[in-house]
Design a protein. Sequence first.
Length: 256
Amino acid sequence: MTGIDHNRYERIWVLAKTSFLKRYYGSFLGVVWAFINPAVHLMIYYIVFTVVFRSRVEDFALFLFLGLIMLMFFNESTNKGLTFFSSHRYILENIKIDWLDLFLAALLSTFIAFLFNFGVFLLISIFFETEISPQVLFFPFILLNHILFCLGTMFILSVLFVHFKDVKHLWNLSSMVLLWMSGVFYEIDPATSWKTGILAYLTPLPGIIINTRNVWIYGEGIDWTLFAYDYAYAGVIVLVGWFLVKRFSRRGLEKL
């Protein structure tokens, strides 16, 4: 690794860490909120879907929480994409820096929060005495798919929001739709029901959540069809998003 590479990675890490800590700066509990927030979400949804709707999904607490933290990572990342140029305007206009580094730092800051959430999931897994299968070795590849999809969506939203402010409101509505269509609260199985199975192919999120649950909760193998489809989907989103950033971001920055 060259000195230039080392400085670049260090810069990305410092920007990401600063962004993460800034979120909790001045609060009494500080970073503890990174644990409280997902735990409260889990408690509320768990009560609603087990007491009110009486969900019969096996290991529903783990099933629900794993879906929630994957979706929360996506939502937090994409929200950073919406405000990317406005929040980094000074740096972009006054400091010579690779724009990709800033995107990666923004994504890394949300990934740090995800790791806190995932740590809570592991603690809950220990509490429920969930057996860890060797299939979890595939999880890094599933997670990389998720990261690519988040990054590509950040690219696209960052450019669209600069040119069309209504994108923020449209994306808020889209996030609500994704919450209910990504299989966070219920099972999506393309092999048994085409009505819910078709949801698995609208975005990579359902397939990523399905495969994550398979390896962590049920000890099953990856659905390779979904895995390949989701990687191809995420790859296209990244390429389209980066093209938009390179082609239109300069013009959009002038509008701020």
